[in-house]
Design a protein around this ligand. Structure first.
Ligand code: SIN
Length: 500
């Protein structure tokens, strides 16, 4: 069935998708229904609202951790848009934590030289952001939400994206033809066996874009959060970086603070540095624990962490918390400018699925909710000005989305492989191994859509990681441990269509 609509379609209902939909007023939002990454976000929103702070200082910190390749214009737009984004959220009814003076309370996280992290209910910021945006969207009759629907493919005719293939909640497929498609589908964290990301964050948007030949960027840069609670759960519960901002330390099995030799900022060193240090500690069997016993009023200030620790039989007020790094955020994605425009007309990308270069090789803590808010508004503005009525889609050749079952086997093996070979410490031989193993699994993976997405995205990440023969930000090659000045560039990829 083909449905023809005259309004933009937003795929994804996290902070970026809903911010875009709100800015557009009239749109259709395709929402898979599960609670996506934003709902889970504990760490807050970074914005230069403090008396001692300015957007240019926030920009300087963002650039400093980015491995030297963040795009300055994008960083300036992000940080300059911060205070207004917070005001907009408050106008919509968001309630943030306040100091005794009544001003917004500001926390500190790694890489920030000022206190500028805004939280809600301690560590429930993502929940508050989503509660606010969801209520605003539901109160906007011109926004239609397709709840429980899944976008499976993009429809490309010539040099233009003209619609999407979707599955309704019963799995029946249809085409929706639209003048503007905005991908806001999030990252790829679930392709790793160790991840803080909830189910569904499997790189679907990236794979859809690759299948129709959209330009991608910086695919090697995966961010691993240093401190996930190592209690055997999937996803691994996050122990927010704000705990370290409040004085929690990392210690080994003997109680020694192992970060001291790694970086002058010790536990508040950039995220990639702390994550690799913990990885090496664990690899050498020396243990890694978060000692958060110094944090006052733990249960009130960090209720989510307190609950997940208690569920694991631990009391953070008296016990050390065993930690492991875990895949958390993706800096790579669909190459997009700050208006979300991609290499194909009719297609925009926003939030984690987009790679605007705003994070470079390593994202500064708490810049991702801000990214969704700021760029969501910019993308909406651009789409409203630029969209054209749909082209004729009679030439459209149906892709794999029509023929394959949605799920099947093979994915757990990909997740283990990505963690072991394409994780925090990579080598050329390890990456080639992963590539070859994926080829061995190809038939099994290509028999279902989820497997095909996993295989395609994993291959793209591996190819990019092989191309970058240096270490930078989230990408560390043990066989090229230094940063190479001659590779201080973004890594743009023109995919030949991987949909054979
Ligand atoms: C955290 O709370 O540590 C996560 C924040 C982020 O990913 O920016």
């Amino acid at each position: 069935m083909i449905r023809r609509v005259k309004v933009p379609i937003v795929i994804g209902s996290g902070v970026a998708g809903l911010s875009t939909a709100l800015g557009l007023h009239e749109s259709i939002v395709v929402s898979a229904g599960a609670l996506g990454s934003t709902w889970w976000a504990q760490g807050g929103i970074a914005a230069a609202v403090g008396g001692d702070d300015r957007p240019d200082l926030h920009a300087r910190d963002t650039m400093a951790v980015s491995g030297g390749i963040a795009v300055r214009d994008a960083v300036d737009m992000l940080t300059e848009g911060g205070p207004a984004a917070i005001d907009r959220l408050r106008e919509l009814g968001a309630r943030f934590d306040t100091a005794p003076t009544g001003d917004i309370a500001l926390g500190r996280e790694a890489g920030h030289q000022r206190r500028r992290i805004i939280h809600a209910e301690g560590d429930r910021t993502g929940y508050e952001v989503m509660r606010t945006l969801t209520e605003a969207v539901l109160g906007q009759p011109a926004i239609e939400t397709l709840e429980g629907w899944r976008a499976l493919d993009l429809v490309r005719v010539g040099q233009r994206v003209v619609g999407i293939v979707v599955a309704d909640p019963h799995g029946d497929r249809e085409i929706i033809e639209s003048p503007a498609v905005i991908l806001a589908t999030g990252g790829i964290g679930r392709l790793y066996s160790h991840t803080t990301n909830p189910p569904g964050v499997t790189g679907d948007g990236l794979a859809m874009a690759a299948r129709v030949g959209v330009r991608l960027a910086d695919l090697e840069f995966v961010q691993f959060h240093p401190t996930a609670l190592d209690s055997g759960l999937d996803p691994m519960p996050l122990l927010t970086e704000a705990l370290r901002g409040e004085g929690a330390h990392l210690v080994d099995s003997e109680g020694g603070r192992f970060m001291i030799p790694y970086h002058p900022d010790v536990e508040l060193a950039p995220r990639d540095v702390v994550a690799r240090a913990i990885f090496w500690q664990l690899d050498r069997g020396l243990g890694a624990f978060l000692d958060a016993r110094v944090v006052d009023n733990f249960a009130d200030r960090f209720p989510t962490v307190f609950r997940v620790a208690q569920d694991a039989g631990l009391d953070p007020r008296t016990d050390l918390l065993p930690v492991s790094p875990a895949a958390h955020y993706y800096m790579g994605g669909i190459d997009a400018d700050t208006n979300g425009r991609t290499s194909l007309a009719g297609l925009w990308a926003v939030g984690e699925v987009a790679s605007t270069g705003v994070h470079g090789a390593n994202r500064l803590a708490s810049n991702s909710l801000l990214e969704g808010l700021v760029f969501g508004a910019l993308v909406a503005n651009d789409v409203a000005q630029a969209f054209e009525l749909p082209a004729d889609i009679s030439e459209f050749r149906s892709g794999p989305a029509f023929d394959l079952p949605l799920t099947g086997s093979g994915i757990e093996e990909v997740r283990a492989l990505m963690w072991e070979r394409v994780g925090l410490v990579r080598t050329g031989p390890g990456l080639w191994d992963a590539r070859n193993r994926l080829l061995e699994l190809d038939n099994e993976l290509r028999s279902n859509l989820a497997g095909r997405v996993a295989a395609d995205v994993a291959r793209l990440v591996i190819a990019a990681a092989l191309r970058r023969s240096e270490s930078r930000g989230g990408h560390y090659r043990a066989d090229y441990p230094e940063t190479d000045l001659f590779q201080a560039n973004r890594n743009l990829v023109e995919p030949i269509s991987i949909d054979d």
